[in-house]
Design a protein around this ligand. Structure first.
Ligand SMILES: Cc1cc2nc3c(=O)[nH]c(=O)nc-3n(C[C@H](O)[C@H](O)[C@H](O)COP(=O)(O)OP(=O)(O)OC[C@H]3O[C@@H](n4cnc5c(N)ncnc54)[C@H](O)[C@@H]3O)c2cc1C
Ligand code: SF4
Ligand code: SF4
Length: 434
């Protein structure tokens, strides 16, 4: 006889545990709704938990995210599944949805794990660390990052050689290789989609040399170098470990560029690059920072002042279109660019180049909806069917969108959008009882 799938009931399913999904879940939970928050990674917090400081206030990102994440984790109305994804969501009727949730094994009993990291020390396998964006390695038994929630180990079974070293050293004996993938049937009344965004892959622009020249990194890698949980405890160029003293930023890498299939503005890259430039000037007071831009989009509250502050600090802004980047024998980089104001092609030497990569839609979630179509906009973000009157509404009644799943936006707008999604969800759920 086929084993019956475990069935759970909640009011709302929130898919995606970044800042937008977390905000929606928390607001709904505070109103008394039972929320299931499903996150595919082993920790909630999305990209924000990995950032250094935030524009335009330069507040520490971790100091804002960590209390929020722990409030989400401790709220008794929120159940969190990490390492889990919605496999299928079916609308059964008014305020009736069913979802099949797939939960991958972590091979660690999360409740019993103390986060002591002894398994990490014992594990002989090293692979590239995705949470440090490949700047350093991690073990096959690992805690994703210091402020992860839950702060518990995970076994990366694809790279594990099953040597048992981690099991032997684990004090509470909580490593369990018998865990298997589980499927749950969840009955809910409403769904919030907060699946976030992906970053542009700069390998798609070979002339920039990313992946070939080690001293060219992405803005997310620089974000990690600047973060409190940073890999090197200082700023280093990856090629030879030298402290850079002449850093260039190439804005609009993979944004506003039809040739790479992404014609839209990512909205955040100008500002995060200006932020990083200011942080670098603090970390490396002798360094020269040059930002190559097409237009500076400093449209938000306090943004233009933040831009002016960077200029006053001595960051050089060049209106220039980057052409090709090549490497010299000493690892320095020669950037060939069109100086737009002068109308001439020039070359400049820098010892490190940061590519300010753009925001792309995180695809796949629309395929999960089984019998109704979750419509996408022309750029493959989730379509906001009534953007002016009800920005969280989607093409499916009872399914709402939060944060960058609907388009590029910064943290304050993602939080506002998460708030809008929770308000729309509440009004949808309350209509049943009025
Ligand atoms: C380099 C860089 C620097 C930045 N600096 C700043 C800054 O200084 N200030 C600022 O305001 N903004 C900044 N931002 C923007 C900020 O990161 C975003 O605004 C914010 O992270 C958006 O949050 P989100 O929840 O919408 O998406 P995300 O952070 O992408 O979270 C989405 C979550 O959903 C999960 N997920 C996806 N699909 C599924 C699925 N199918 N099932 C379950 N879970 C799923 C993901 O794993 C992720 O945890 C920066 C961005 C970058 C790239
Ligand atoms: S069993 Fe796997 S995770 Fe554990 S120490 Fe060996 S290689 Fe690492
Ligand atoms: S799995 Fe065991 S050894 Fe690893 S961090 Fe958790 S308690 Fe420590």
């Amino acid at each position: 006889m086929q084993e019956q799938m475990k069935t759970w009931e909640y009011d709302v399913l929130v898919v995606g545990g970044g800042i937008a999904g977390g905000e929606s879940a928390l607001n709904l939970a505070k109103l008394g709704y039972k929320v299931l928050l499903v996150e595919k990674e082993p920790s909630i917090g999305g990209k924000m938990i990995l950032l250094s400081k935030v524009f335009p206030t330069l507040d520490c990102a971790a100091c804002i995210t960590t209390p929020k994440v722990s409030e989400i984790a401790r709220n008794s109305n929120i159940t969190i599944f990490t390492g889990a994804e919605a496999k299928k969501i079916t609308k059964k009727g008014e305020r009736q949805f069913e979802a099949i949730i797939l939960k991958k094994p972590r091979y660690v009993d999360v409740e019993a794990c103390t986060g002591c990291q002894l398994c990490e020390e014992a594990c002989p396998v090293s692979v590239s660390d995705e949470y440090q964006y490949g700047l350093v390695g991690r073990k096959a038994a690992y805690i994703p990052f210091n402020i992860a929630s839950p702060r518990a180990a995970v076994i990366d079974i694809e790279n594990c050689i099953l040597c048992g070293a981690c099991e032997r050293v684990c004090p509470p004996n909580c490593i369990d290789f018998t865990q298997i993938e589980e499927e749950f049937l969840v009955k809910i009344k409403s769904v919030v989609v907060a699946t976030g965004f992906d970053l542009f892959d700069p390998l798609k622009i070979p002339r920039y040399g990313y992946g070939t020249y080690k001293n060219i990194i992405t803005s997310m890698q620089m974000e990690r170098e600047l973060a409190p949980t940073r890999p090197f405890n200082t700023i280093l160029r990856p090629g030879d470990g030298k402290m850079p003293d002449n850093i260039a930023y190439v804005l609009c890498t993979g944004s506003r560029d039809k040739s790479v299939g992404n014609p839209i503005c990512s909205q955040i890259c100008c500002m995060y690059s200006i932020k990083q430039a200011q942080l670098l000037m603090g970390a490396l007071p002798m360094a020269d920072i040059t930002i190559y831009y097409l237009h500076i989009r400093a449209f938000g509250k306090g943004f233009n002042e933040f831009y002016a502050q960077a200029q006053d600090m001595g960051v050089e802004f060049i209106k220039g279109k980057a052409g090709k980047i090549t490497e010299k024998e000493n690892g320095n980089l020669v950037l060939r660019y069109e100086d737009i104001e002068a109308g001439v092609v020039k070359e400049a030497e820098h010892d490190m180049v940061v590519l300010s990569v753009g925001v792309l839609p995180h695809q796949g979630i629309s395929d999960v909806f089984d019998n109704q179509k979750l419509e996408l906009d022309p750029f493959h973000f989730i379509n906001q069917s009534d953007i002016l009157a009800s920005p969280a509404k989607t093409s499916i009644e009872g399914v709402f969108v939060a944060g960058t799943a609907s388009g590029p936006m910064d943290i304050p707008d993602s939080i506002l959008s998460g708030g809008a999604a929770s308000a729309e969800t509440t009004s949808y759920l309350r209509r049943a009882t009025l």
